[in-house]
Design a protein around this ligand. Structure first.
Ligand SMILES: [Zn+2]
Length: 412
């Protein structure tokens, strides 16, 4: 048993103790719990206890490929994709696994223990990236719950051989069907691409779907609304996520509202990844920010989340894997600048991401749930985001697995 003494909980006044049983589940949460014999105790020191962070959009096959000049990163999506081509042709299982394990451990260190990663499936990488990431998943299974999406980054119909590889990837152990309809050369193929993603999902027991929707200002991109339509038509409500979705920002208001209503009815999760701003290209002023209609979607009731996406690869030079880093960038990008809207940003990293990660998964600090939580050295979520606070206790299934300390020393 583990007893965490004296923590604050979101939306509850006062101090609480949390008792976790030997099965790693919450047994009791109340103001003063007495420690039984042989019960390990942690002093929460009045800090914030919050459920584990969840990151539903990563690319562990590509992480750290831009470190130390291994390759350059760039300023447009098209260049990023072509820069990655050579790298992917030379993937080895060992190299992908080593980079993925390193990134997983860094994410866990920041208190993120549930992650969904994409892995490129195409005629350059073949299934090598997937094999590397699946090996990393196995090695890290005690510290992270990892979902793997088969991701046709280069398109399916414009990249010969990928259709077959997508089926093989699911057979090999991918959990999620990925998609990238905007990669196709013509609109008819973009629609066929979405159709195939849903067909594969159906064959694999309605596997969840997570598609990169578009990262452009293309006012004529219609894949998002078609995906909402397919989601409803196939009864896949709550099991489909779309990443980026930037073109809807540039479409006319009446059309955008219609599409957002469709997405709401189909319960499609929207993952905005606001920190990957550069890949929209470098404009003249006014500059493209490359984010979807976050505020409108949130006020309409859509489940909007954000995630790390990439760490130091051809698409994005920066990124730490810390949800408080990319959560802060979301807060700035969406102009969430009040305590109430800071809470919206926080929910995107936690509760909202949990719904996208697994709509059937119990989540949160309440009796019976698996005890995956962080003790965060901040009085509230606003301060946690502002300071990207230390997390002295990161707990998974009732076990202390990591800690993260943010510390500086003033010398004079
Ligand atoms: Zn992505």
């Amino acid at each position: 048993m583990l007893l965490i003494k004296n923590v604050r909980l979101l939306d509850k006044a006062g101090a609480f103790d949390i008792l976790i049983d030997d099965d790693g589940r919450y047994k009791e949460i109340s103001p003063a719990i007495k420690a039984a014999e042989n019960c390990k105790t942690i002093d929460g020191g009045g800090m914030l206890a919050a459920p584990t962070f969840i990151n539903t959009h990563m690319h562990f096959d590509k992480v750290y490929t831009a470190i130390s000049g291994r390759q350059k990163s760039t300023e447009t999506l098209e260049d990023s994709i072509s820069i990655m081509h050579n790298f992917k042709r030379n993937y080895t299982i060992e190299d992908v696994k080593a980079r993925a394990v390193r990134a997983i451990k860094e994410c866990v260190m920041y208190g993120c223990t549930k992650i969904r990663t994409n892995v490129d499936i195409d005629n350059m990488a073949g299934l090598v990236g997937l094999q590397g990431v699946l090996a990393a998943k196995e090695e890290c299974k005690d510290i992270v719950d990892l979902q793997v999406a088969a991701f046709p980054q280069e398109g399916i119909y414009c990249n010969k051989g990928t259709e077959k590889l997508m089926w093989e990837a699911m057979e090999m152990g991918a959990d999620i069907v990925g998609g990238m309809p905007a990669a196709e050369w013509i609109d008819d193929d973009a629609r066929r691409h979405v159709d195939l993603v849903f067909e594969i999902s159906k064959k694999y027991n309605n596997a969840m779907i997570d598609m990169h929707m578009d990262q452009s200002k293309n006012m004529f991109d219609r894949s998002l609304e078609y995906t909402a339509y397919k989601t409803k038509e196939t009864g896949m409500e709550d099991r489909v996520a779309c990443g980026h979705c930037t073109s809807i920002t540039y479409q006319n208001q009446s059309h955008a509202i219609k599409v957002m209503k469709m997405l709401l009815e189909a319960k499609v999760h929207i993952c905005c990844n606001t920190q990957v701003l550069a890949i929209m290209g470098i404009d003249a002023e006014p500059r493209t920010r490359g984010i979807t209609r976050v505020r409108e979607m949130v006020s309409m009731g859509l489940n909007v989340i954000t995630a790390q996406d990439t760490i130091c690869d051809g698409f994005h030079l920066y990124g730490t894997g810390d949800p408080l880093d990319y959560g802060l960038i979301l807060a700035y990008s969406a102009q969430y600048n009040t305590p109430e809207t800071a809470r919206i940003a926080w929910d995107m990293l936690t509760d909202n991401s949990a719904k996208a990660f697994d709509p059937d998964m119990p989540y949160g600090i309440s009796p019976g749930n698996v005890a995956d939580l962080n003790i965060i050295d901040a009085p509230n979520v606003q301060e946690a985001l502002r300071t990207r606070a230390s997390r002295p206790f990161i707990i998974k299934s009732g076990k202390l697995i990591a800690s993260f300390e943010r510390k500086g020393n003033l010398i004079v």
